[in-house]
Design a protein around this ligand. Structure first.
Ligand SMILES: [Zn+2]
Length: 314
């Protein structure tokens, strides 16, 4: 099978001929159609569809494995090893919505993980979250900034500072400065921000120095202003993403709906590659961008359900 790394010019981010090379690559992949030939190697997922219809797509198992490798690489920057205790609070529907008494979590012993419900965080239930986290003592605490912040507010108000993870990772929402400040104070460790998405077409990760690195080996990220031109450092632009990992539903120049501000700084951590000054995450915009313009997802879902998303001029 042709691999992305074999495509000439793939590292010329945003260059037209690189994207056209990708288009040819995608067509070659379509012929092999993972969904038909290897149905046990694809997983059906969908996005939240907060502001529109949920996006349904197929993701290959190899893509999942690749994504988890990228996540583990980032976690290792914070000193996390495979097998460390993990507490996750990130919107997973792990218990019935009408549950009024604990547990508000489920065990995933394969990954030494407790998965907490974000939906059951209420003033009445927060003491149970605190007790369980105190008992479990996660080495990695990660999830939505808003969920973690509510728990940290409770812990701070009760004077509970005995939960000591090595590190806190946040994702899926913009991390606000006061959330980071409280989390770092209550849990006595650094907070790392991480940007990814269900579609697995972008990977932006915070390093020890507090800067956001674009992982070039994960995907192509273009940052496009509202006038269609590439954003310069300090300018806000939309993320247009092309993932390298998913052969089941390749997404080319996928408009995620989030915006970022690129930076021309050089990080003192020594890692190379572009930096992002700020990530501004929004609810899914449910749009795609073609080479020629925009297509509303409402008219594109049929194409998505067919297993391939590609809008282009080549
Ligand atoms: Zn860095």
């Amino acid at each position: 099978m042709l691999r992305c790394a074999e495509i000439p010019g793939i590292l010329l981010i945003g260059a037209g001929h690189a994207l056209h090379a990708l288009a040819a690559f995608v067509h070659s992949v379509v012929d092999q159609d993972l969904r038909l030939q290897r149905p046990d190697h694809v997983v059906h997922v969908h996005t939240s569809g907060t502001t529109g219809k949920a996006l349904h797509l197929w993701i290959s198992k190899e893509c999942w494995e690749r994504e988890y490798a990228f996540r583990q690489l980032h976690r290792s920057w914070g000193g996390i090893d495979i097998g460390d205790r993990i507490a996750t609070i990130a919107g997973h529907p792990v218990v019935p919505m009408d549950r009024t008494s604990p547990p508000f979590w489920r065990e995933n012993w394969a990954e030494n993980q407790l998965i907490f419900s974000s939906q059951h965080i209420t003033p009445e239930n927060l003491k149970y979250y605190a007790e369980k986290l105190n008992q479990f003592q996660p080495e990695l605490l990660h999830g939505y900034p808003s969920s973690l912040y509510l728990i940290a507010l409770y812990l701070n108000s009760e004077g509970i500072y005995t939960i000591k993870p090595k590190v806190v990772f946040t994702h899926s929402e913009s991390l606000l400065y006061y959330q980071r400040e409280l989390l770092e104070n209550v849990f006595s460790c650094k907070v790392y921000n991480w940007y990814g998405n269900t579609e697995m077409v972008a990977n932006i990760v915070e390093c020890e120095a507090g800067n956001l690195h674009v992982k070039l080996e994960h995907s192509i990220i273009e940052i496009i202003r509202s006038d269609g031109q590439p954003a310069r450092p300090g300018e806000i632009g939309e993320l247009i993403c092309t993932g390298f990992g998913n052969y089941a539903t390749p997404l080319i120049r996928y408009r995620v709906g989030d915006t970022v501000i690129p930076s021309d700084s050089v990080c003192p951590c020594g890692r190379s590659g572009p930096l992002i000054e700020k990530i501004i995450q929004c609810p899914p915009a449910m749009w795609f961008q073609t080479f020629m313009g925009n297509i509303n997802l409402d008219v594109s879902l049929h194409d998505l359900d067919d297993g391939l998303v590609f809008f282009g001029s080549s």
